[in-house]
Design a protein. Structure first.
Length: 316
């Protein structure tokens, strides 16, 4: 009996590992889809609109499952989730897609992965979490990696570097503000749903949103495919896979495998977009990713699957 349970646990662990790697690979396609959309005539702002608004319509299938929990949220929690959404989702997407346009998908995703450095600072200020020596050292390694990424042949300090770092700031605030709003016990599907819906609701108030979809309607089906890939493959599907993986893997182990996201982005940028980096930039990217990887192994993540979801798992 014990052997059977052990075999089932090992099998579940392997399935969870495959799911988390698949999620990371899907996230890694964001830079590719956004580049193709930019080449089709869309700005970074319009690409952000296409990602968030399209994803919002896709995640509405989660509403029946989450409705009992949505109506229990207090006004203060809604305010916290709104800040998290507008900064961590809308702000991050906007900065990241502009960074991809300016510096390319590879450097942009590397700069995005400076988020753990900023998480240390914001967690200390907003959540009163102490900064350990190990965390401070990893932060310095990441900062040095950013410096090397900026110092490569042909590299220059421009808006793309600043926007890539700002994307990392916004990305780090997604988790920090989510923890603060939900008091460390937030159901991740609920936070994901509200963060997408709130940002999409804000975008639907802007005339540019309707002009963007009007522009999309005049373009070939391939461009529609890029927009769908951005919202489905790059946003909704990886989240669903990640949440399913957390039902089978410890959060710390799952965080380690997200390193496949930047590796995928860099590989696809090289193969499909021919965006090669200089050797010193690759060293910088490796240092940033190494710092993020060690941070995940040492500190893990507080994102977890809530008990109510574990009792009644439903596909979304």
């Amino acid at each position: 009996m014990a052997h059977t349970e052990s075999a089932m646990t090992a099998r579940q662990s392997w399935i969870g590992t495959i799911q988390i790697i698949s999620a990371a690979v899907c996230w890694g396609t964001l830079g590719i889809f956004s580049t193709y959309l930019n080449q089709s005539g869309f700005s970074g702002w319009q690409i952000t609109i296409l990602r968030i608004v399209s994803a919002a319509f896709l995640v509405l299938v989660m509403l029946p499952t989450l409705w009992p929990h949505l109506i229990k949220l207090r006004p203060k929690q809604w305010l916290g989730l709104a800040l998290q959404s507008l900064i961590g989702v809308l702000g991050m997407s906007l900065c990241y897609f502009f960074a991809v346009i300016y510096v390319g998908a590879g450097p942009a995703v590397a700069l995005l992965y400076t988020a753990p450095v900023f998480s240390l600072l914001f967690s200390a200020v907003l959540l009163q979490e102490p900064i350990t020596r190990q965390s401070a050292l990893l932060a310095l390694v990441a900062v040095f990696g950013v410096g090397l990424t900026m110092a490569g042949d042909g590299a220059q300090v421009n808006w793309g570097i600043g926007l890539g770092l700002l994307a990392g700031v916004c990305y780090s605030l997604y988790g920090v503000l989510g923890k603060r709003a939900m008091h460390y016990a937030h159901p991740a599907p609920l936070v994901f749903f509200t963060s997408i819906i709130i940002s999409a609701g804000a975008l639907l108030l802007l005339p540019e949103t309707y002009r963007t979809y009007g522009q999309l309607s005049t373009l070939p089906l391939a461009t529609w495919g890029y927009a769908l890939g951005l919202s489905l493959i790059g946003t909704v599907v990886p989240f669903a896979l990640y949440m399913k993986a957390l039902e089978k893997l410890p959060a710390t182990r799952a965080s380690v495998f997200t390193i496949f996201e930047p590796l995928t982005a860099i590989a696809l940028a090289l193969l499909l977009l021919h965006q090669a980096l200089s050797w010193i930039q690759y060293v910088g990217v490796v240092l940033i990713l190494l710092a993020a990887l060690l941070n995940a192994m040492l500190n893990g993540t507080t994102t977890r699957v809530p008990r109510w979801l574990r009792r009644r798992p439903k596909p979304f």
